[in-house]
Design a protein around this ligand. Sequence first.
Ligand code: SF4
Length: 373
Amino acid sequence: MTTNLLEFDLDALIAFCERLGEKRFRATQLFRWIHQRGAKDFGAMSDLAKSLREKLQGCARIEALPVISEHVSADGTIKWLFDVGDGNAVESVFIPEDDRGTLCVSSQAGCAVGCRFCSTGHQGFSRNLTSGEIIAQLWFAEHALRTRLQTSERVISNVVMMGMGEPLQNYAALVPALRIMLDDHGYGLSRRRLTVSTSGVVPMMDRLAQDCPVALAVSLHAPNDALRDNLVPLNRKYPIHELLDACNRYLEHAPRDFITFEYCMLDGVNDQPEHAQQLIDLVQPTRGPGIRCKFNLIPFNPFPASGLLRSPQHRVLAFAKLLNDAGIVTTVRKTRGDDIDAACGQLAGDVKDRTRAAERMAKQRTIVLKPIT
Ligand code: SF4
């Protein structure tokens, strides 16, 4: 069996080349061919010695993920469904904007966290992706877009680890993939333009701060533990005060001087003025340091199994105004790719649920979240 070189960050590729008796700079050349030029064929890597190309052909490969489908939205958003084997598929979404191109990348086939408002969570969990499967999404998207736009310039300027899965529950594969994204010989993204989103895996937030500090987004979605226990079940393990302490520790290492809190607006559940006030009290306590943060309010994308509805726009705007008036920078996320089910929380892919999470969530639905009337 040959080795898929998409699995390797530059250090690992150097070690691999050294085992083949090659110098370090050869690994850097090879890395640039793979990630900067999108090459798959060793024979085309014209500045590598013929002897190295022959060695690589015998023991290595550059294997992308098969694309099952591609959907292009009227607003230019593109969603790809990739086959990751054993009946599982994951999704990536490209969101073009005037000043940037953002790719939303998946880290797991399914997700074990099981947030109430998330299609992925309702699918259950199958397995972690490997580093190569994470980076293959960016590798494919970047080079497919360059070909489509007939450019040799970089198209994807930002990556958000906000697709399917909880990235910090797949830490060992995540970090090498992040390093490839950041590497100047790879995709050359700045740490500020690479965002990991977490539902609050506190010990791994501390590790990420040490190992690979990039921008951090935290899926908060509720202003108190009682509500968050229901919406984001991981809260029972790492309640809000522990999460906020971890955010403050992270900020000591982060490339940005604030944490982004994601807050999905659910009709009658977490969108009332008292919830906004509780959030203000949480991040700007009368005692204690508080936390430097921004809020991103996300219009919920309803799906039948959730039993939840989108907050009306006037309530979202009123909620945003309360936070902004308190001095907390708050934006309302534009929904993109609605027509192709690519909007936030809609990524469902195709997951062989090995945890029976979907079954458990269906049972939970009957006992939680009575909307406020
Ligand atoms: S919101 Fe994120 S952590 Fe929660 S179930 Fe969905 S993918 Fe998992």
